[in-house]
Write a protein that binds this ligand. Structure first.
Ligand SMILES: [Zn+2]
Length: 413
């Protein structure tokens, strides 16, 4: 989660009255598309939106996608409110049952479990999944990447860049299995989404665990390479602890380490920290370098970094307020998944050094920071509680739609 998301929530009352303040820019073909908020098959302006006919059959009609057994209907939640910013303790509920065969998303992942599940997925779906590596972490763990799909279009999905946000790893891994299971099913469908068309059009480059050392550190199976300074949290007045750990093994917040106005970013954390140290230099960390190389070596249509929490989407910053189809996608995720569409990030301490911000600036393509989880659910970084109530924690009944929507509305032929 980003500090700026908390700020955004605190300003919710203001935002209610204030439209998204992206800097106006000259109209382009893609800007025209951005005015559509709920495109249906019959409304598609083919001359402008450029969605290939093979994908059009994947488009949902309004309210028609509640038909999958593992995907029950659910009313989207409203955007985060000020009153919901105070976390409630997790409610003791009966752990839910895993609905997938390989990915065990009702339990906290470990580096070993993710590696094992990736291997099992590749074995179960050899025609759809190729496994590779984009590098290694500070402590030598593999930064494993899955290529999922057979299509020409490429997109990038990264999860788990912040150690304590491991529910994002489970969410992304479940998506991979569900997409492949749907592709090979008789109908080929995932909800109303035609996964055969989508994965024949796309290859998704997915790094589900981009900070493996951090995950192992927060779970007590590894220790940082450096001395970490725990400080008072100004919001709660409590000392940060290992439960708050977001960083990599060098105590660096990887999402502050990308070379985008890095010199100007002041995180108030000059030394290795569980949350907000930006590192000794831009792209000082091997995980940062590996993700940059992945993006530089591939022509991605869009990228998404999955975080918690806030049920909101960061899609725009002052440097690049409106890139390509970014607002079209943001509008779809707002309408169909209930995500709050954040205002344009205008504080360099918020967007500087950020992965998706660097991606937007470098490639002029949509880059997203997706914050799963309602704010009234506490992050249980050192227990399985969030995972045991996975459906509720990530609002799976609607957020299962996120990547199919990005694939459809982020496509340019
Ligand atoms: Zn995060």
């Amino acid at each position: 989660m980003k500090k700026r998301s908390v700020l955004a929530v605190c300003m919710a009352a203001v935002l209610l009255l204030t439209a998204c303040t992206a800097t106006p820019s000259p109209l382009t073909a893609t800007d025209t598309v951005a005015t559509f908020t709920d495109v249906t098959q019959t409304q598609l302006p083919q001359s402008v939106i450029q969605i290939p006919s093979s994908l059009v059959t994947s488009l949902p009609s309004a309210g028609s996608d509640n038909s999958v057994a593992s995907v029950a209907s659910s009313k989207p939640q409203s955007k985060p409110s000020v009153s919901s910013a105070v976390s409630k303790p997790p409610v003791a509920v009966k752990p839910e049952t895993n609905q997938t065969k390989i990915v065990n998303y009702v339990k906290r992942p470990t580096y070993a479990s993710v590696q094992s599940e990736i291997a099992a997925l590749a074995q179960a779906y050899p025609e759809l999944i190729q496994v590779g590596s984009i590098g290694t972490s500070v402590q030598g763990r593999d930064l494993t990447m899955l290529k999922v799909g057979k299509g020409q279009a490429k997109a990038c999905i990264v999860a788990g860049i912040h150690a304590r946000e491991h529910i994002t790893v489970s969410y992304t891994m479940r998506c991979i299995e569900e997409f492949c299971a749907a592709y090979t099913s008789q109908s080929g469908k995932f909800g109303v989404y035609d996964m055969v068309n989508l994965l024949d059009s796309y290859t998704l480059y997915i790094v589900p665990l981009s900070n493996p050392d951090g995950l192992e550190i927060i779970s007590g199976r590894a220790t940082p390479n450096v001395t970490i300074t725990y400080r008072e949290d100004k919001t709660t007045g409590k000392l940060t602890t290992i439960a708050d750990y977001k960083a990599n093994a060098n105590g660096v917040n990887l999402n502050k380490n990308f070379p985008l106005l890095w010199d100007q970013v002041d995180t108030k954390r000059p030394t290795p920290d569980p949350e907000n140290y930006k590192g000794t230099a831009a792209a000082s960390e091997p995980e940062t370098k590996a993700l940059m190389a992945l993006c530089e070596q591939n022509d991605f249509m869009w990228m998404t970094s999955v975080h918690v929490r806030g049920d909101c989407l960061y899609w725009s910053d002052t440097l690049n307020p409106k890139v390509g189809l970014s607002e079209t996608i943001a509008n779809q995720l707002k309408t169909k998944c209930g995500f709050y569409k954040c205002k344009t990030s205008d504080d360099v301490n918020g967007y500087g050094g950020g992965f998706e911000n660097w991606f937007r600036q470098t490639f002029q393509k949509p880059g997203f920071c997706l914050e799963l989880m309602p704010l009234d659910i506490k992050v249980t970084s050192q227990s399985d509680a969030n995972h045991q109530s996975f459906t509720n924690t990530v609002r799976w009944n609607t957020t299962y739609r996120v990547f199919p929507i990005m694939m459809i509305y982020g496509f340019i032929e």
